[in-house]
Design a binder for this molecule. Structure first.
Ligand SMILES: *Cc1c(COP(=O)(O)O)cnc(C)c1O
Length: 379
């Protein structure tokens, strides 16, 4: 039997009801029936972004498209931006800035480390910085960054804070209004429990003003145009209607659980995963582990390396992610973002133990599972 379960930090498992919603007949994006769906979906999204005052733009793209839209719409050529780089996705901000003629002041940390807001404060003081590009959860290393503290720095300085929360939104706490975060980008296929294909850019009032001053003439990724359409409960071009239907179902699930409970559940899942991993004698990679995924150093990487995730998928149907770039074969990543519960974490740990045993690395069968169950039981 070929039964697989995704434990990858995007795409993630999607609830069946969401898939079924997406399978319903196509509706027309200029008719009343769509406007009602769109109004409800954008309102529900605002709840997840913890923002009442923002505009949420829904884009037909993956998360990277939303990142590109943010760079294009909130910077002009020749502007300077501070870019926090401590993994693959910080590098993506850096590369996007370079592509669109933004002077990127790189604030760099070792992969696995997290951002120190004081470093950003210094750069803002010394240079004429228009915007700070940051990452809530650096998925390549399983690290959560202190966005709340960073937002204190940027609001004091009157600088825009643009946060990539593609993998963080809906698992690691992020409160746009309360923290004063200006722009947050995300995507459908991580904690929002929806298939890949939707990007989001959530824009607060400070950023709406910045948008009006933007000098670029981009055509498709044009949030000024999109803002006008939002007033009519539409997108400028054809909307990805079926993905939006599915998304709205998943958002309703999040709302009925409640945001605090959703954040709490992810905190609990990561606690269980970490306890299990440590009990197996393995090491957590990150200095500041995220709630939505756990990155783990592969023991004896020269021997096991990339065969670890391959074996785990082939033999146990547990699809883990490997490392990216120089971490290939050095770490594996277990996602528990979105549609995951305690028993899912237990299953992933069981498969990891079995894989370690099969590959002749160590016999810790049942150890991690026991530690996780104990952690979950709270006793
Ligand atoms: C997944 C992800 C993205 C976007 O990747 P896409 O493949 O374009 O969806 C961006 N940033 C982070 C932190 C991510 O985890």
């Amino acid at each position: 039997m070929d039964k697989k379960q995704l434990f990858t930090p995007g795409p993630t498992e999607v609830p069946q009801e969401t898939l079924l919603e997406s399978a319903k007949p196509v509706i027309h994006h200029r008719k009343q029936v769509f406007k009602e769906l769109f109004r409800e979906t954008t309102e529900n999204l605002k709840y997840v972004f913890a923002s009442e005052k923002s505009d949420v733009h829904i884009l037909s793209s993956t998360g990277t498209g939303a990142m590109e839209a943010a760079v294009l719409n909130f910077t002009s050529p020749g502007d300077s931006a501070a870019v926090i780089v401590s993994g693959k996705f910080g590098e993506r901000w850096r590369d996007l800035c370079k592509s669109f003629d933004v002077n990127a002041e790189i604030i760099e940390y070792e992969w696995g480390d997290y951002c120190k807001p004081d470093d950003v404060r210094k750069v803002i003081k010394e240079k004429n910085i228009k915007a700070v590009f940051a990452t809530l959860v650096e998925t390549s290393t399983g690290t959560v960054n202190p966005i709340r503290e960073l937002a204190e720095v940027t609001s004091q300085a009157g600088v825009l804070l643009v946060v990539d929360a593609v993998s963080g939104l809906g698992c690691d706490r992020l409160e746009m209004d309360k923290w004063d975060v200006d722009v947050v980008v995300s995507g459908s296929q991580k904690a929002l429990m929806t298939p890949p294909g939707l990007g989001f850019v959530c824009v607060n009032s400070k950023a709406k003003d910045a948008l009006q001053e933007n000098k670029r003439k981009n055509y498709y990724w044009n949030l000024k145009k999109s803002q006008k359409s939002l007033g009519k409960m539409q997108t400028p071009y054809t909307s990805p209607v079926n993905l939006i239907k599915g998304l709205n179902n998943s958002l309703k699930m999040i709302i009925s659980e409640g945001m605090e409970a959703v954040w709490g559940r992810h905190q609990k899942l990561s606690g269980g995963a970490q306890a299990g991993i440590e009990e197996m004698g393995l090491e957590i990679f990150s200095k500041s582990p995220a709630a939505g995924l756990t990155a783990v150093k592969i023991p004896s990487p020269d021997k096991i390396g990339e065969s670890f995730t391959k074996h785990c998928e082939k033999k146990y149907g547990v699809v883990l992610a490997g490392g990216q770039a120089h971490l290939k074969g050095k770490i594996f990543r277990i996602a528990h973002m979105g549609y995951y519960d305690e028993m899912d974490v237990v299953k992933s740990l069981a498969a990891i133990e079995a894989t370690l045993n099969d590959l002749g690395e160590r016999n810790v069968l049942g150890c991690g599972v026991k530690a996780a169950l104990e952690k979950f039981s709270g006793r």
